[in-house]
Design a protein around this ligand. Structure first.
Ligand code: ATP
Length: 275
């Protein structure tokens, strides 16, 4: 289970060390998310305004959700996660009610982190100054205005930080990034070779590997693979070893190579260049 349940508390058990690479980004997040929660008294004493919201953007499968969970784990904050695409698809009024309820629960369980996945679903860029709805208020606009009202209402209450993720920063309404809202925007890039090596180490730490497995070599030949892809690769290599011999005691280089040659990375250079 990725969540520990306590009285009123759901804290993810994933830590910063479970995330490979992204050293500087983790530091940025620690500063933005951990400090205001851990040193809330200091912020108040010195009159420093904590970051209210952090927007993580970057290609899918590169750990945006996991980073949000690790931030909650590091601060022992309750973690609330909402998919904006799901909010959007609810019956009229239900999405807003769920949003308000979530902020209410987060206040009660503070310190809390509220995570909005696919925020672009409710905060699309407006067509012009008058918006794109031709006067009538759309579902997305209502959800967005509820979210912003709730975030504005957090002003006085320390200990609640809102994180959001998107694969497409360009599609987001700039109003979301005004000060006091998502005032920090961080890019979560696909892993470079060092990052891939660290991810492979993390994903294989409980596996029995043969001595011929060279994770650095695998990292070198997995350009454009996301963290999610690499997790899948390791798992599939294990399954291949087992399929080959049900009594196998370790996973070997040939299993990784066989899977590698049958897999395509989920990213393309052109896609990455868009970020
Ligand atoms: P999406 O945009 O599709 O929601 P995401 O960016 O939020 O994706 P996650 O859901 O955090 O990505 O990650 C997907 C899977 O890949 C998880 O199982 C996660 O553990 C793994 N993963 C991705 N990046 C890393 C990484 N840098 N280190 C370790 N695991 C990773």
């Amino acid at each position: 289970p990725s969540i520990t349940k306590g009285e009123n508390k759901e804290i993810p058990i994933v830590s910063w060390d479970d995330i490979g690479g992204l050293k500087d980004l983790k530091k940025e997040l620690q500063k933005a998310v951990e400090w205001p929660i851990k040193y809330a008294a200091g912020f108040e004493r010195l009159g420093i305004a904590p970051v209210r919201g952090v927007l993580l953007h970057g290609p899918p499968g590169c750990s945006k959700t996991t980073l949000a969970k690790a931030a909650a784990h590091a601060t022992q904050a309750s973690f609330f996660s909402l998919s904006c695409a799901e909010l959007y698809s609810k019956y009229v009024g239900e999405g807003e009610a769920l949003l308000r309820r979530t902020f209410q629960k987060a206040r009660l369980a503070s310190p809390s982190i509220i995570f909005f996945d696919e925020i672009d679903a409710i905060a699309p860029k407006r067509a012009g100054p008058g918006g794109n709805s031709g006067g009538s208020v759309t579902v997305g606009e209502r959800l967005l205005s509820t979210l912003l009202t709730e975030m504005d209402g957090l002003e006085s209450a320390m200990g609640i930080i809102v994180l959001a993720a998107t694969n497409c920063l360009n599609a987001i309404d700039a109003a979301l990034m005004r000060p006091g809202r998502f005032d920090k925007v961080l890019y979560v890039p696909p892993p470079d070779v060092e990052g891939r090596y660290e991810i492979l180490r993390i994903k294989t730490q409980d596996m029995k590997l043969g001595e011929d497995v060279d994770l650095w070599k695998i990292a070198e030949c997995t350009e454009l693979f996301t963290g999610a892809d690499l997790g899948g690769l390791c798992n599939e290599a294990g399954m291949t070893a087992l399929r080959e011999d049900l009594t196998a005691s370790s996973v070997h280089n040939k299993h990784f190579q066989a899977v590698r040659s049958s897999l395509r990375p989920s990213l393309t250079k052109a896609e990455i260049d868009k970020y």
